[in-house]
Design a protein around this ligand. Structure first.
Ligand code: NAD
Length: 357
């Protein structure tokens, strides 16, 4: 079921249980503590492979249906991401509805933590949009089922960037028969946490870089570290490069940008790169190899799992190395089944879930 269909279904009074059954959710808990102004949703999509892991999103939604739709969609996405990453984790997500700039954080996040605790470990949370490591400390006062704590695994972006680097290498291997990026040109949109670490790793591997960021200080910092050429705004889409690595926003592979691309590979860290699935079909039609976003950027969740499992930083980086093999496996499935790579990633996740059954 597509997201649009899902939200329309909910708005027109479609039976919520039918929606849960068609999307495969196990459990969705609506949580309320009016005494502190807390309204939350805990969505457990699947615990087939292990406890459901996925962050807490703190967001203001126009309607309760929009919040439920987001919780259902994001939790299902986590099942696929965790399955493809080869982690013993299911998929879940939680939502806190409200103004994420509120100062009333301790009361709200402790309420959230109490509801998470009531699931007895079936759901583990971490940061997501609108939440910070400090908020997770409040959750931690009420439950042990939380990761991404400041004094533990910390900033996941170096591990995420390393996984993206491996996805770039796998894509290069598939197209050009070599992992070497020596002399290849990579354009990177976004020089934030992931983009900067990725740029450094690509530079060490001998790649030439073209970068953009709406924050010119961040682009300059990367240029200084790596010798990258800076371009402004949307010029990044038409850069003369071999590989495009989106590391800023979602939805940037769309009807406007695809005709501008001169690259042969799209592999980056941003979430939800395809505006719609059909844009993945269009990349394939144009002979551009796409490393699916949730596979390439799984280093973040690998890092969080490492915290749950008590790994050191080295072990999380080693696990992110495996993204190389996973991406190659996905390209194989895509080729043998004549399907686009984003669909092949879903098939690989479904295979793993079916085997667990
Ligand atoms: P970040 O906020 O540190 O960096 C994003 C950068 O993109 C910022 O420097 C911002 O100025 C820039 N940017 C925003 N709009 C832009 C535009 N139109 N053109 C060029 N640059 C623009 O975030 P991050 O942690 O580096 O995450 C980057 C992406 O990767 C996000 O989509 C995030 O959801 C995804 N992701 C991150 C992690 C992680 O470990 N941090 C894990 C998985 C996925």
């Amino acid at each position: 079921m597509g997201n649009h269909e899902l939200s329309t279904g909910l708005r027109t009074g479609m039976n919520l249980f039918d929606t849960l059954a068609s999307m495969g959710h196990e459990e969705v808990v609506m949580c309320s503590d009016p005494s502190v102004g807390y309204r939350g949703i805990l969505a457990v999509h699947s615990t087939k492979l292990g406890p459901a892991l996925g962050g807490t999103r703190f967001w203001h939604y126009a309607t309760d249906e929009d919040a439920i739709t987001d919780a259902l969609r994001l939790s299902r996405g986590m099942t696929y991401k965790n399955a493809v990453a080869g982690l013993p984790l299911g998929g879940g997500k939680s939502i806190i509805i409200g103004d994420n700039k509120t100062q009333n954080r301790e009361a709200i996040f402790r309420a959230h933590g109490r509801f998470i605790e009531s699931l007895g470990g079936r759901y583990i949370t971490a940061e997501d949009v609108g939440t910070s490591t400090k908020d997770m400390d409040y959750v931690h006062m009420e439950t042990a089922h939380v990761a991404g704590l400041a004094e533990k695994s910390g900033d996941p972006s170096p591990v995420t960037a390393h996984g993206v680097f491996r996805a770039v290498q796998a894509s290069a291997h598939c197209l050009w028969g070599t992992n070497s990026l020596e002399g290849k040109t990579v354009s990177i949109q976004g020089c934030g946490n992931v983009g900067r670490h990725l740029a450094e790793e690509l530079h060490e591997a001998g790649a030439k870089l073209i970068v953009s960021d709406i924050d010119s200080a961040k682009a300059s910092r990367v240029a200084k570290l790596t010798g990258a050429k800076i371009v402004e705004g949307d010029a990044i889409f038409e850069a003369e490069a071999d590989i495009f690595s989106p590391c800023a926003l979602g939805g940037i592979i769309n009807d406007t940008t695809i005709p501008k691309l001169k690259v042969k590979i799209v592999a980056g860290g941003a979430n939800n790169q395809l505006l719609e699935e059909r844009h993945g079909d269009e990349l394939q039609r144009r002979g551009i190899l796409y490393a699916p976003d949730y596979v390439a950027n799984a280093g973040g969740v690998i890092n969080v799992y490492g915290e749950v499992a008590g790994w050191d930083a080295r072990r999380a980086l080693d696990k992110a190395d495996d993204i190389y093999d996973t991406v190659l496996k996905i390209f194989d499935i895509a080729e043998s089944q004549h399907i686009p790579t984003y669909e092949a990633a879903d098939r690989l996740a479904e295979q793993r879930l079916a085997a667990a059954r």
